[in-house]
Each structure stands twice: as structure tokens, then as C-alpha cells.
Design a binder for this molecule. Structure first.
Ligand code: 3HC
Length: 288
């Protein structure tokens, strides 16, 4: 398969990442189906597309014609069969829980045409942990976007030992068509490059907050002003989701059993309270 054979893309999950990945695909000219089990999430995703595109046109960053075409290219459905049945390329951006991902990959393997590539946008989980739930491990890889996915330029593509050269190449080519800069990792490692580096920073920031050395807001102020990061680690966690920080730490702890991998007390507190960041309008900060 070549990139030219990819006409139809299915994005599974309309959450923080999926809604923007799907819109990015539609903007790049692909017929795109965005699917989620929650109609409410799909309504939000559609609402976002319907307000974002006119905003881009008003800002002079997008032509009216391209905005109209993108809206024509994208559809939203709760029906996985319908969304993935004719897909040439699937990007899974569902919740960061192994059991859910494995079930989804088994379903997608059954539903998607045999030639379709199945990529996961997982933040941490390497694709070999889901590839064996399918009968096409050579067509499974990681394709990891960053939040907000319409803005951040990088995508990490990870070629597992099961992933064919062709799959890695088509995925890299797709990244380029989406206007992204892609790095290809030929060795699987939990968290890939960026999230490993980011977690080192977040872990230290959480340690300092848990110890009462400084508040999350003070730590963010220090990091943005001293290191020039556009956001401090706590505001960034609000953006990417404190639920994601919790689930990924739990996944890591369940496989390592190393107490240092457990979610930090502050993350647990926020998770239990349902204060998951921007998506719940409250995390370390409060949002309108
Ligand atoms: N969705 C879409 N576009 C957005 C957006 C959003 N949520 N937020 C901002 N933008 C766009 C704006 O429309 C604007 O576009 P334009 O310049 O073309 O007009 C541009 O981004 C800049 O926006 P603003 O001027 O409003 O705000 P900032 O200059 O503060 O930028 C930011 C916002 C791009 C989010 C910036 O703060 C930033 O880069 N933050 C760091 C983000 C980051 O580190 N992301 C990686 C997280 S790690 C991750 O995602 C891994 C995953 O596995 C968890």
C-alpha cells in the first residue's frame, strides 16, 4: 500500500485528541469518519469543527472553500462498523486503558478492510501490546500526536518489531500530508521520546507540590519564566487531562509494580474529585 491508496480515514475517539486529529485529516482532504461510543462527545466534536473552521476563515488562515470541503469530508457516528468499514487507515485515540484498546483493535481487525493500517495514538502504550489482538500485526503501529493536535507539529511514529516497513512508510507519509513533522522510532519504548521527557519534568513538579515546597501555580510561574516553556507542567496537565496522567501512571505501575510509578497523591486527589483539567472546567486551574 502507498499513501495514494489512503482515501478514507477513521478516527476512533472524539475526545481531547481524536476530535482534532479527525478535523486535521478532513482538512488535509481525506474522507474522515470520527467515531465514539458517546453521542455527547461526538456532538462536542462536531460543534468544535463548526466553530473552529469559520474562526480560521475569519482570521484569514483558511479559505472558505477549504473550510466547506473539510466539513463535507468529516462525519460523526457512534457506529464503529459504519466508521471503520471502508477505512484505509484507522487512528485509534480512545481512552488510555489497555483492556479497551485491545478490545478495540480486535474489533477494528474484524471490521476494517484487510489492507487498512491500524495506528494507535496512545500516549505511552507501544503497539506490540495491541498488535497481537489482531490478525494483521504487520499493519499496526504507533502514531502519536500532541495536544492541541491541530497546532502541535510533531507526530511520533513507532515501528514495532511486528510493523512492516510499508506500514511505517505510509504512516510517515501520512504525517507529512497532514502537515506534521514526524520522527520514526525503530525501537519500542514505553512513552516514546516526548512523554518520557515530559514525565520527568511532571514527576519532579508533582514531587515539589506534594511536599508542599510550592503550589502548582508557583511551579508553573517558575517554569514558564525561567525555562521559556509556553505552559508550566500543571497547566499542561490540565490541557492533556489529569485522568490521562492517572490512567497512564496506573498502567505503568500495574506492569512494573514499582511504587515510584504510582500516580502522585495530588493526581489521585484531582482524579477522585473529577477535577480532570480543562475538559471538566477545573483541574489545577479553573476554566470558564
Ligand atoms: N485547539 C486548536 N487550536 C488552538 C488551541 C486549541 N485548543 N489553542 C490554541 N490554538 C491555536 C490558536 O488558534 C492560535 O492559532 P493561530 O496562531 O494560527 O491563530 C495558536 O494556537 C496560538 O494560540 P493562542 O495565541 O490563543 O495561545 P498560545 O500562544 O498561548 O498557544 C498553545 C496555545 C499552542 C496551546 C501553547 O500554549 C502551547 O504550545 N502549549 C504547550 C502545548 C504542549 O506542550 N503540548 C504537548 C503536550 S504533551 C502531549 O500532548 C502528549 C500526549 O500524549 C498527552
Amino acid at each position: 500500500m502507498k499513501l495514494e491508496d489512503v482515501k478514507t480515514i477513521c478516527v476512533v475517539g472524539a475526545g481531547n485528541m481524536g476530535h482534532q486529529i479527525a478535523l486535521g485529516c478532513a482538512l488535509a482532504g481525506f474522507k474522515t469518519a470520527c467515531t465514539d461510543i458517546s453521542q455527547e462527545m461526538l456532538d462536542k466534536a462536531e460543534g468544535f469543527a463548526r466553530s473552529y473552521l469559520p474562526e480560521r476563515v475569519a482570521k484569514g488562515k483558511l479559505s472558505q472553500e477549504k473550510a466547506d470541503q473539510a466539513l463535507e469530508n468529516i462525519r460523526f457516528t457512534t457506529n464503529l462498523e459504519d466508521a471503520a468499514g471502508d477505512a484505509d487507515f484507522v487512528i485509534e485515540a480512545a481512552v488510555e486503558k489497555m483492556v479497551i484498546k485491545r478490545k478495540l483493535f480486535a474489533d477494528l481487525d474484524r471490521i476494517a478492510p484487510p489492507h487498512a493500517i491500524l495506528a494507535t495514538n496512545s500516549s505511552y502504550i507501544v503497539s506490540s501490546q495491541v498488535a497481537d489482538a489482531t490478525n494483521r500485526p504487520d499493519k499496526v503501529c504507533n502514531m502519536h500526536f500532541f495536544n492541541p493536535a491541530l497546532v502541535m507539529k510533531l507526530v511520533e511514529v513507532v515501528q514495532g518489531p511486528h510493523t512492516s516497513e510499508e506500514t511505517a512508510q505510509v504512516t510517515m507519509d501520512l504525517c507529512a500530508r497532514l502537515g506534521k513533522t514526524a520522527v520514526l522510532l525503530k525501537k519500542e519504548i514505553y512513552g516514546f521520546l516526548v512523554n518520557r521527557i515530559l514525565s520527568a519534568l511532571a514527576q519532579e513538579a508533582l514531587f515539589l507540590a506534594d511536599m508542599g515546597i510550592a503550589t502548582p501555580q508557583e511551579i508553573d510561574l517558575a517554569v514558564t519564566n525561567a525555562l521559556g516553556h509556553p505552559m508550566g507542567p500543571f497547566r499542561l496537565m490540565d490541557l492533556t487531562g489529569i485522568d490521562l496522567a492517572y490512567y497512564s501512571a496506573m498502567e505503568r505501575y500495574q506492569s512494573s509494580r514499582d511504587p515510584k510509578d504510582k500516580p502522585s497523591p495530588l493526581v489521585v486527589e484531582k482524579f477522585v474529585k473529577g477535577e480532570w483539567g480543562k475538559k471538566t472546567k477545573k483541574g489545577y486551574y479553573t476554566y470558564e
